[in-house]
Ligand binder design. Structure first.
Ligand code: BTN
Length: 257
């Protein structure tokens, strides 16, 4: 990533608070790890860390996130919200809606959200979100949202090959990451203000409409099976078990059968 990348990001952006402090790195261990370091030093609300390559990109539940040079958007956002820890649990669901909307508006690609926050194109994942909270005396000190979007074709380990997709594979060209980053950040800023005021209620219906796998059979945490029915107002997954009971799942890994 050349200095031009940084310059362009600064020129295109026209925001109120997001990315006013923008850090662009050619190579980094993980933007998420760097964001924690910066947040602890007092970096402001809306600080963005973007890298062209991550050597130790982190995914949810301790997984690695493949983040090759120039192959995607790898960024973290530092937030210092005034809302409660309970409200913070909705931020990942909220971010997945923003991402879904931006991919649709920028590339006309219809993607879906696999609960809680994976972005799917067809039956493959193109983007993931990792949210990490730092709290003190039951208050949020800071919150970091890590976003990874596979924009360009890449080489994946065998076990991921049939599960992952890039935007380039859906378009007949390689997408412009600067455009995508700017569209995402602008939309995030606009929608975050609403999220702040109205909570997830304002986005609940939209999430339901965009959900991947409604009525499909799933396995939860490798054990329980059932059929996806949607989410409830708390953002928990609703599943119908084989005896017709509707149960809600607050967290966990779901696999489609
Ligand atoms: C997941 O689906 O498991 C979440 C993946 C999150 C990846 C992003 S890339 C930018 C940021 N830095 C990281 O190390 N991880 C997140």
């Amino acid at each position: 990533m050349s200095n031009d990348f940084e310059k362009e990001l600064k020129i295109i952006k026209d925001s109120k608070w997001i990315g006013k402090n923008l850090i662009v790195k050619e190579i980094i261990e993980s933007t998420q790890t760097e964001a924690h370091i910066l947040a602890k030093k007092g970096s402001e609300h809306g600080t963005i860390i973007i890298a062209d390559e991550q050597t130790d990109g982190r995914g949810r539940i301790g997984r690695k996130w493949v983040s090759g040079k120039g192959k995607g958007v790898w960024l973290s956002i530092i937030l210092r919200p005034s809302f409660s820890i309970e409200h913070a649990s909705f931020i990942t669901l909220f971010t997945s809606i923003v991402l879904n909307k931006v991919i649709k508006n920028t590339y006309n690609i219809d993607c879906k959200i696999k609960w809680p926050n994976d972005i799917y194109i067809g039956n493959k994942k193109c983007s993931g979100i990792l949210t990490e909270l730092n709290t003190e005396l039951k208050e949020i000190n800071y919150l970091i949202i890590g976003v990874g979007i596979n924009t360009h074709k890449s080489i994946y380990p065998k076990e991921l090959k049939n599960k992952v997709i890039s935007l380039e594979e859906c378009l007949d060209y390689a997408p412009n990451r600067i455009l995508l980053i700017n569209n995402f950040l602008k939309q995030f800023e606009i929608d975050f203000d609403l999220f702040n005021k109205c909570s997830f209620t304002a986005f609940y219906e939209e999430y339901l409409c965009k959900m991947y796998g409604i009525e499909k059979e799933i396995r939860i945490n490798g054990k329980l099976t059932g059929r996806v029915k949607g989410i409830n107002k708390s953002g928990h997954l609703l599943v119908e078990t084989s005896d017709g009971e509707i149960i809600s799942i607050a967290s966990g890994e779901i696999e489609f059968q």
